[in-house]
Design a protein around this ligand. Structure first.
Ligand SMILES: NC(=O)c1ccc[n+]([C@@H]2O[C@H](COP(=O)([O-])OP(=O)(O)OC[C@H]3O[C@@H](n4cnc5c(N)ncnc54)[C@H](O)[C@@H]3O)[C@@H](O)[C@H]2O)c1
Length: 267
């Protein structure tokens, strides 16, 4: 996809968690295209190194930081290092995630706690760490990557609950720090073709085709669909958007696409 670019994005620093692959890496590609300075955090060292190599080969200003976001002391240390390396962080994208597909009865406390630690507590830690710099600069855009699962029940019980908390955290940050020039928005993607789907594809190779009828635009999403929305939220084009839940879901939550023809008798 050829992404839009805006002059104010040039040189603006974006920190993306979980940026070594998938949607996070595509956000980094989009940011590099817009001439932003990119910092990526991930726990996967090999993938992170490959991502940074790719971004640098494309002429990008990219730095990678290996970090387990569940360790508070390391989050504090690493974000301080990023601020030292890059000056200020103007955009933070909380994108890293852990997903477990099990239902509640099969969910262990360890899995529940790990899910909350990566999907909700880590965004809190990262936000708390970047806020003082953003407040000082009277500028910041924080983007939390949630999911349609946080709005309607489509399984993955612990994951969905954690993302519901993330939606609430967005509103808190937006309302409390709007006066400091900080915006905070949530992006809610529908199904996006990435690595975590591998297991489900193994179980059902047609899973994306089977999901298509639920999407009014009749396709599942690609990482670029989400990266484009993130670039918009990072730019001043969205300067009057805060506290929002930005649906990027091919129309999924607009209605029950397979249902209405049955109700109408028009199927
Ligand atoms: N793919 C989808 O269908 C889909 C749908 C809705 C929402 N989302 C959201 O989009 C975002 C990106 O998802 P994706 O599909 O690209 O997933 P992904 O698994 O490819 O990427 C997530 C990244 O987070 C990193 N990560 C996990 N735990 C970490 C930790 N403790 N410390 C540091 N990094 C860690 C992983 O190593 C990985 O690189 C997630 O927030 C996800 O919830 C994805």
């Amino acid at each position: 996809m050829a992404y839009f670019s805006a002059p104010e994005l040039v040189g603006r620093t974006i920190l993306i968690t979980g940026g070594a692959r998938g949607i996070g890496l595509e956000m980094a590609r989009a940011a590099i295209g817009a001439k932003m300075r990119v910092a990526l955090i991930d726990i996967l060292e090999v993938e992170l190194n490959a991502a940074i190599k790719e971004l640098k080969a494309a002429g990008g200003d990219a730095n990678g930081y290996v970090l387990d976001l569940t360790i508070e002391a390391d989050v504090i240390k690493t974000i301080a290092q990023i601020e030292k390396d890059l000056g200020k962080i103007e955009v933070l994208v909380n994108n890293a995630m852990f997903h477990d597909p099990k239902n509640l009865l099969e969910t262990s406390l360890d899995v529940w706690n790990k899910t909350l630690a990566i999907n909700l507590t880590a965004p809190f830690l990262c936000i708390r760490q970047v806020l003082p710099g953003m407040i000082k600069n009277n500028f910041g855009s924080i983007i939390n990557i949630s999911t349609v699962n946080s709005k309607t029940m489509v399984g993955s019980d612990s994951y969905s609950a954690s993302k519901g908390g993330l939606n609430t955290l967005t509103r808190t940050v937006a309302v409390r720090y709007g006066k400091n020039g900080i915006r905070c928005n949530t992006v809610l993607p529908g199904t996006v073709v990435t690595e975590p789907w591998k297991e489900r594809i193994e179980r059902n190779p047609n899973v994306f085709n089977d999901l298509e009828p639920w999407y009014p635009l009749h396709r599942v999403g690609q990482p670029a669909d989400i990266a484009a929305a993130v670039l918009f939220l990072a730019s001043d084009q969205s300067s009057w958007m805060t506290g929002s839940e930005f649906l990027v879901d091919g129309g999924l939550l607009a209605g029950l696409a397979p249902m209405y023809p049955v109700v109408e008798g028009s199927d």
